[in-house]
Design a protein around this ligand. Structure first.
Ligand code: HEM
Length: 531
């Protein structure tokens, strides 16, 4: 064996092979790691092939910790270099520069980094998040009216009826002492699944009773950014061309076909029977017929020309993709927000007490929880502060990403300039920014009152709240996410006290394999029926 290897190495082919591998290593690995050195951008030497995220990939550290350390280490710079595997990324840490990129100079940074083949990965490739340039502008303009306050108001009834159901489910779990310790992520996943099914797909499901329903199992698969699926998602952002050339799919054909059938069957039934239901499918059906408009006083959020008629030539996959966006965009993010909010309320009884007082006050004016409407929920200041503080401390999306679409110059504090070229990638370390003590005093404290006017803990700049992103490419579903989360907590705190129980891990330790925050041992909270 050794003899064969030695004779191969010393043959002409062997020498050529070694030279080729050495060249390949030099061009692919060594040369790429010179990227920032050649441009005078501060960076840390990456681990060959794995880049600066090696500790995350090998499950040693959280990605947010890796980014946060670099964020603080390069505090004297507006931006620094990061290798995402072999791809160089400019990480923008200065808030003024973040605003410039996301808002003022948005035209240079219209797209996210991910690139999917629309035909090969129709669910996510055609969804708003992955769309690029003009196609994105047109789709965002068409979809934005579906996410305004007035449309949320129409969907609100669908949500509250599910909140009622969730309360009944928790009640049924209570033991003789009137308590039950439940895992929050699982609870809010099931609840979120049913809300998405009803609001986006027009389907009534009870995932607490029918625990293995296809919506729940496939939805979980679709949004799972843990383990292999999380790495696959990163790989689609980092090596889009390689993934396309290998014809790899982000989501399975089975999943695509399931969601496509659900949407198409619902549309056919509604058209045949003239059914109108205030949900996303209805809004998309209106959008396809160009009947969807912004209401008076509701401003358009994109750079596109909003109110004029556009020709909407949607395929079945375009429609399905926009519905699945609820799953992809909203399902894991909302359940993460809710799970961490429940935890913070359980371990901060004073905050819970103040929030319950607000809820009880509102309830006594409206009569009972089921009379709650969207306007009343919107008027609840403390509920809003608690949700915001949870988003700040435990942001479900730890960084934002952009691709440079037109040449652009980044300038550091010392006047040093770097020329960005189309295709260059950028990250905005949202989690690190929202825990920066210079921007948020006492960042590790859960302190909803910081959002009160004149508070000592007030954010130095309101645009540092990056949980829903910034600028025209921000989260289109933020109103929906907040409405859903606030409504469910209104109902939960009406009926239960949230307490730390024997299985509650505090302080929370996070799972190192997850891209977003996820409690290592689950988020266990004890529910106690209120007297
Ligand atoms: C707590 C819940 C949520 C959080 C924290 C969240 C966060 C985000 C963030 C950070 C972005 C990227 C923004 C940027 O790059 O500037 C985003 C984009 C997006 N989100 Fe959300 N999201 C949430 C809920 C939802 C929901 C419920 C939906 C669907 C109804 C949704 C749909 C989307 C879509 C479609 C985009 C892409 C927008 C575009 O590219 O134009 N999200 N979200």
């Amino acid at each position: 064996m050794l003899g064969t290897l030695a004779s191969l190495l010393f043959s002409l082919e062997g020498v050529l092979l070694v030279a080729l591998l050495a060249l390949l290593y030099y061009y692919v690995v060594v040369r790429s790691t010179r990227f920032f050195a050649d441009r005078g951008v501060p960076y840390l030497p990456p681990v060959p092939l794995l880049g600066n995220g090696a500790d995350f990939i090998t499950r040693k550290r959280l990605l947010t910790d890796v980014l946060s350390d670099m964020y603080h280490r390069f505090a004297s710079h507006r931006f620094f270099g990061y290798f995402d595997f072999l791809s160089p990324i400019y990480v923008v840490r200065d808030l003024e520069l973040v605003k410039q990129i996301c808002i003022k100079d948005f035209d240079h940074f219209v797209n996210h980094r991910i690139q999917l083949d629309e035909n090969h990965d129709p669910l996510f490739g055609r969804a708003l998040f992955a769309m690029r340039d003009t196609r994105w502008r047109n789709m965002r303009t068409i979809l934005s009216p579906a996410f305004t306050g007035s449309k949320m108001r129409l969907m609100f009834g669908l949500i509250t009826s599910y909140c009622d159901g969730a309360v009944r489910t928790i009640r049924s779990e209570l033991g003789a002492d009137g308590t039950a310790e439940l895992e929050m992520k699982e609870l809010f996943r099931r609840f979120g699944n049913d809300i998405v099914a009803t609001c986006a797909f027009g389907i009534e499901i009870n995932s607490f009773r029918d625990r293995a329903n296809a919506f729940f199992t496939l939805g979980k698969e679709l949004t799972n950014l843990d383990g292999v699926q999380g790495l696959k998602f990163l790989a689609f952002s980092s090596f889009p061309r390689v993934m396309r050339a290998l014809r790899l799919r982000l989501f399975s054909a089975k999943m695509t076909s399931f969601f496509r059938h659900v949407v198409m069957d619902t549309i056919t039934q509604r058209e045949q029977r003239g059914i109108v239901r205030h949900d996303m499918i209805n809004l998309l059906m209106q959008a396809r017929k160009q009947e969807l408009r912004f209401d008076e006083n509701e401003n358009i959020e994109t750079n596109g020309g909003g109110s004029q008629k556009r020709s909407v030539d949607w395929t079945d996959d375009d429609l399905t993709a926009q519905c699945t966006v609820f799953f992809f965009g909203g399902y894991d993010t909302v359940s993460t927000l809710s799970a961490f909010m429940a935890h913070e309320l359980a371990v901060n009884p004073d905050v819970q007490e103040r929030l319950r007082d607000e809820i009880d006050r509102v309830r006594s004016t409206i009569g009972s929880a089921d009379k709650l409407n969207y306007e009343t929920l919107q008027s609840m200041r403390y509920l809003d502060m608690v949700a915001n503080e949870t988003l700040r401390k435990w942001t479900p999306a730890p960084f934002l990403d952009r691709t440079c679409t037109k040449p652009y110059i980044l300038e550091d504090y010392d006047g040093r300039r770097v020329q960005l070229q189309p295709g260059d990638g950028l990250w905005i370390p949202a989690a690190a920014i929202m825990r920066d003590p210079q921007l948020f005093p006492e960042p590790d404290r859960f302190w909803p009152e910081r959002f009160e006017p004149e508070s000592a803990g007030a954010p130095v700049d309101s645009s540092a709240m990056l949980a829903f992103g910034l600028g025209p490419r921000n989260c289109i579903g933020s109103r929906f996410a907040l409405m859903e989360t606030k409504a469910v907590f209104f109902f939960l705190l009406t009926h239960f006290l949230l307490e730390a129980g024997p299985r509650t891990q505090h302080p929370i330790r996070l799972k190192k394999s997850s891209l977003g925050p996820c409690a290592e041992k689950g988020s266990w909270i004890r529910f106690r029926l209120r007297k």
